[in-house]
Write a protein that binds this ligand. Sequence first.
Ligand code: PBG
Length: 329
Amino acid sequence: MYPIRRNRRLRTNEAIRSLVRETIISPNDFLVPLFVVEGKGVKEEIASMPNYYRYSLDLLQAEVKELWKLGLKSVLLFVKVPDSLKDNKGTEAINPEGLMQRAIKTVKNACPEMLVMTDVALDPYSIYGHDGIIENGKVTNDATVDILADMSVSHAEAGADIVAPSDMMDGRILAIREALEDNEFTDTGIMSYSAKYASAFYGPFRDALDSAPVDVQDIPKDKKTYQMDYANRFEALRETEMDIDEGADIVMVKPGLCYLDIVREIKNEVDVPVAVYQVSGEYAMLKAASEKGWLDHDAVMLEQITAIKRAGADIIASYFAKDVVKLLS
Ligand code: PBG
């Protein structure tokens, strides 16, 4: 006789499938990255990220209100800094009137309950497009960490709820935690980009912020001396455990889809929330393939987001957040 168990019984129709479905996507899963520029009335599409935009502060208000209405309650802010304000040390990063600091206030004014997270790294402020200060042709660690700590305090002063260091310098989580405590920002959290790989998938993001490493003699051409080698697995665990010991409230794996093995492994090991960043290149790939009619955009988008959550993501930073939530409602 045929085996008693027939697995297809639980796949017979949508009612039974939805009853036994293990992974459910909701607006609560998402963190929405937002790109901010100077100016008025600016909403410019990013060439390599179709249907994704940079907003000036006035239009940012309407955007966050719309996100809130859709049930999206957390944003992650990035700024595009004018070339004239860039230097080696990221001086502009700690300007209390800087674009990031004003963006934080703008979001909080427009939508006081919105959770505001901020990117902490020097690259948008660096003339060299690196996440740290360059000395003698190298990206220095400890001097960079000092600025990252000051930058975090500056974001907290402007009203950020959580700072998100994306730089991969050693020891920055402890330095940031201590700086926040010293300045009485005891409730300001840290989401650490703990396992961030040196990835070619960040290309479109660097277009969005004009933040790619410059092609100049004696300047490193890539970020491989600080972001992780994508061949490595144990290193991701070590980085993540160290960041938790140093005070990270949330840890992250980045990029997303190619790294779901790492996500599962970290989720099994740690007891803090795990975020996954589905990055710009992942977004661009699907947009391009669906524009050509080669992939069904919405179906593939939902499959990918579900896979990220199934792998163990508690939080998903994604440029698809709005599209997914609209599709589901
Ligand atoms: C900056 C930063 C990057 C991303 C997030 N923060 C780029 C980089 O490290 O070069 C990439 C995000 C994306 O590709 O969507 N430190």
